[in-house]
Design a protein around this ligand. Structure first.
Ligand SMILES: Cc1cc2nc3c(=O)[nH]c(=O)nc-3n(C[C@H](O)[C@H](O)[C@H](O)COP(=O)(O)OP(=O)(O)OC[C@H]3O[C@@H](n4cnc5c(N)ncnc54)[C@H](O)[C@@H]3O)c2cc1C
Length: 378
């Protein structure tokens, strides 16, 4: 039997970040992943400035040129296929390929001395939560703390009646439309409760759509949307689940077992951005393990839940706005508001999405304060 302080199931960004931070503090950790790295992962690969800043702060050794495949400070919003706005922003958006980003993170984890078990799929029946042991064929791994970083897979959450597979995304890789720098595009309206995106990268572009998969019609809607935008039929596409952001109360399944990233349901409910929260929750998880191990009377579950309360609050408000904006009676006014208030679009992209300088609870009134101040200044 091998013994580890912390076992992490899943080597995506949330698991790798948890492992990197724990290794820095001298813990003996092991990441187990069903895949082997480098591995493909379906994702738009959009990285906001706050995500880049988080990587700069916690992983300054990372060579960003190894995984950043483009950036853009121009954003076009469309309603269906009609362009409704063009916005130049001061906080560029970056684009990556997950194969490259995830490999960079996992390599850094290994450099910090972490153990990586690849090609090893864990099944729920292999985990003995009371003995703190995971069975691997004839071998077994004992842990003090277990981190669920296995994405939307229901491995750790299903036995406890939690599912993260709320929304579905479909994405396709397309040939570059132009070699000139171009805006990235957001398409409102192609699917129920979701949106479409077109992200330019250095040697290819990606088009995708995500939202509610009512009656499993989303793949068909995606196909029609891809056809309308790219004027190409039969683009090879793939689909994957993301959480919707609504069930965020279960951040742990046992006192020594906590969930990070998609497994915890962490996502921006409006944009579907998951990478920022995946990394941030990994940092919080490692800090929580550090605090709990230093004081056995303190509960890991409670420390972690407390650290994540800001994420949960922002998601709660984001989810309310998401529901409101997607109500049939509201959407047309929302589209009109985007067209009529370019300053608001810029503010929303820079001060909310890019940076979370203002959160979903207070961004509307902060906007009015900002406008009033600028009118006074004139
Ligand atoms: C189409 C699409 C587009 C997206 N676009 C964006 C975007 O542009 N920007 C953004 O910020 N977010 C985006 N997201 C969301 C983002 O991909 C996720 O939030 C992010 O991957 C979460 O990271 P994670 O580490 O929690 O999980 P994952 O990245 O899913 O990693 C989970 C890991 O666990 C492993 N695993 C799973 N089950 C097991 C098992 N049983 N045993 C062992 N290992 C296991 C997997 O192999 C995987 O390596 C997108 C998602 C989709 C589907």
């Amino acid at each position: 039997m091998k013994e580890f302080d912390v076992l992490i199931i899943g080597g995506g960004p949330s698991g790798a970040m948890t492992g990197i931070e724990l290794q820095k503090h001298g813990f003996n950790t092991c990441i187990i992943d069903k895949a082997s790295f480098p591995r493909e992962k379906l994702c738009g690969g959009g990285l906001t400035l706050k995500t880049i800043e988080l990587l700069d702060t916690y992983c300054p050794e990372l060579d960003k040129s190894a995984f950043i495949l483009g950036q853009s400070d121009n954003v076009d919003f469309y309603y269906k296929t009609d362009q409704i706005t063009h916005t130049k922003i001061n906080t560029p958006y970056f684009f990556t390929d997950r194969k490259l980003l995830d490999t960079s993170l996992i390599e850094l984890y290994k450099e910090k001395g972490g153990t990586l078990l690849e090609n090893t799929r864990i099944n729920a029946k292999d985990i003995n939560f009371t003995e703190n042991v995971i069975l691997l064929g004839n071998d077994s791994l004992r842990y003090k703390y277990l981190i669920g970083a296995c994405g939307c897979s229901s491995l750790l959450t299903k036995p406890f009646g939690i599912s993260r597979n709320d929304y579905f995304c479909v994405e396709a890789r397309v040939a570059k439309e132009t070699t000139e720098e171009q805006p990235f595009r957001i398409y409102l309206g192609p699917v129920q409760n979701g949106y479409g995106w077109y992200f330019p990268k250095n040697d290819h572009d990606v088009i995708g759509v995500g939202g509610k998969n009512t009656n499993k019609t989303l793949p068909k809607q995606a196909e029609l949307f891809f056809q309308e935008v790219t004027k190409t039929t039969g683009l090879p596409s793939k689909g994957a689940f993301i959480p919707s952001g609504k069930k965020i109360n279960a951040l742990s399944v046992m006192d020594n077992t906590i969930l990070v990233g998609d497994a915890a349901g962490f996502i921006d409910p409006i944009t579907g951005e998951g990478l920022y929260y995946a990394l941030l929750s990994g940092i919080f998880a490692s800090e929580s393990v550090l605090e709990a191990s230093g004081n056995p009377k303190r509960s890991l579950q409670k420390i972690y839940t407390c650290k994540c309360s800001k994420i949960k609050k922002n998601m709660k408000w984001g989810y309310l706005y998401h529901k409101f904006l997607h109500a049939d009676t509201v959407t047309p006014y929302f589209i009109k508001a985007l067209q009529d208030h370019p300053h608001f679009v810029k503010y929303y992209l820079e001060d909310v999405i890019s940076t979370y300088r203002f959160n979903y609870k207070n961004f509307i009134w902060k906007y009015f304060i900002k406008i009033r101040k600028s009118l006074h200044a004139q």
